[in-house]
Ligand binder design. Structure first.
Ligand code: SDX
Length: 379
């Protein structure tokens, strides 16, 4: 049979100047900058969003302009809010994001244009932030609240979701989460969105397609699945027996472990682990952190030889829980999407503007050879 690359493993579908990964060494570069250097430099998420859309880091006035464009997206129309609040409060938060972004696909007059694509993308970041805040508040039983301009997207977002002002450490953790999940080359969600925009469908529809793929437990959904595994274990004293019964037996996969590209520790996981430690977790998040630490030890001992290590989703859920986001309704995956929407749009723009080609693979036919059609009354 002609060869099929299952799961498109090791197939290149585009070139990119955005992100590249060394899976063997566990290195992640954003446009040539190592992720550790970006985080250690205390970069603002908006600087890295600008980098992805314009190809270089902004100076002060470029950053100010960009932040204003993002803030213009905060005020979303009532029909986009209703696309969320009309659904039950138990709805999946990523599906709520899909619903709301589809209202823009339905109403915005979008056309691909080098002169405006980046400004549109900046506004969409703001729209996505308010959509996500409304979706999370809906799940938490609260009335909609949109973002208001402040010193940063991270601060505005936390203020919109929670009824209290975030402290500096919380703003820093939210800011860094927005950077850490911003892009990762062409995972399933980016690829899904690229297929959509390769037909010259609009940017919003590309985002809806990407959200649909991210929702799954093997991709973005793993953040929530990993935290739920920690919650299922419940107590650090139960980790070893749980591990024996579920992972060593092969009955379950250790969520937040393993990666198609990284065959060593995901550099983002190391940073999320540090962020979790620095949040001075108390109560449930602290217990889950202690469970996660022990699970990490057992997981690496058992699975490390197969190149299966913690990935970005292993500790991120604990950081989100430490920030006050409840572990429910796929909210953690919705937070992943809030960050990744910039990476999706940067890849869409790079593809449509510079290397556009309709994505249309083939399938190897293994069905019956030609045969005469038998009418119904003769069957
Ligand atoms: C993200 O692609 C990206 O860049 C994604 C992402 C991003 O930023 O966009 O990095 C974000 O999605 C991270 C991954 C989150 N997913 C999970 O944590 C879910 C658990 N992980 C696995 O399901 C798995 O590791 C995948 C899906 C992530 C990758 O799997 P592959 O490359 O398709 O490998 P596979 O499923 O074929 O597994 C190969 C072997 C199998 O064993 P054998 O059948 O060969 O004996 O490894 C085993 C698997 O059983 N394995 C695991 C495991 N992951 C793989 N065994 C136990 N626990 C795991 N987590």
């Amino acid at each position: 049979m002609e060869s099929i690359s299952r799961g498109l493993e090791d197939v290149n579908i585009k070139w990119t100047r955005l992100t590249t990964i060394d899976g063997e060494k566990g290195i992640l570069w954003y446009a040539g900058y190592r992720i550790e250097d970006i985080i250690n430099a205390k970069a603002k998420a908006e600087e890295i969003q600008y980098l992805f859309l314009y190809g270089n880091l902004p100076n002060r006035s470029q950053l100010d302009d960009f932040e204003k464009k993002v803030q213009q997206g905060y005020k979303i129309p009532d029909y986009s809010i209703k696309a969320i609040t009309a659904l039950p409060r138990t709805s999946d938060a990523v599906a709520l994001q899909m619903n709301a972004m589809a209202t823009f696909a339905a109403t915005e007059k979008f056309a691909w244009n080098k002169a405006t694509d980046r400004d549109t993308a900046a506004r969409i970041i703001g729209q996505m932030a308010s959509v996500t805040a409304v979706a999370i508040r809906h799940a938490m039983g609260k009335e909609p609240r949109l973002l208001e301009p402040s010193s940063s997207l991270a601060e505005s977002f936390l203020k919109a979701v929670f009824d209290r002002s975030p402290n500096e450490k919380e703003i820093e953790a939210m800011n860094d989460a927005l950077i850490l999940y911003l892009d990762h080359e062409v995972p399933a969600s980016t690829t899904a969105g690229l297929v959509v925009v390769s037909t010259l469908s609009d940017m919003y529809s590309g985002i809806v397609g990407a959200l649909a793929a991210l929702k799954g437990p093997l991709h973005g959904g793993a953040e929530e699945a990993a935290a739920m595994q920690f919650q299922e274990i419940g107590d650090p004293s139960k980790v070893d027996s749980w591990f024996q019964e579920n992972i060593k037996s092969g009955k379950k996969r250790l969520m937040g472990f393993g990666h198609r590209v990284y065959k060593t520790y995901d550099p983002r996981a190391k940073i999320f682990k540090r962020l979790a430690q620095e949040l001075n977790l108390k109560g449930a998040p602290k217990t889950l952190y202690e469970i996660a630490e022990r699970l990490e030890e057992l997981g690496i001992k058992e699975l490390g030889a197969k190149g299966i290590y913690p990935n970005t989703d292993f500790y991120s859920g604990i950081v989100y829980m430490g920030l006050g986001f409840p572990l429910q309704n796929n909210i953690y995956t919705a937070l992943f999407a809030l960050s990744r929407v910039t990476g999706w749009m940067a890849h869409f723009i790079e593809y449509v503007e510079e290397q556009h080609r309709l994505i249309r693979p083939r399938a190897v036919y293994v069905g019956p050879s030609e045969r005469p059609f038998v009418p119904l009354d003769k069957r």
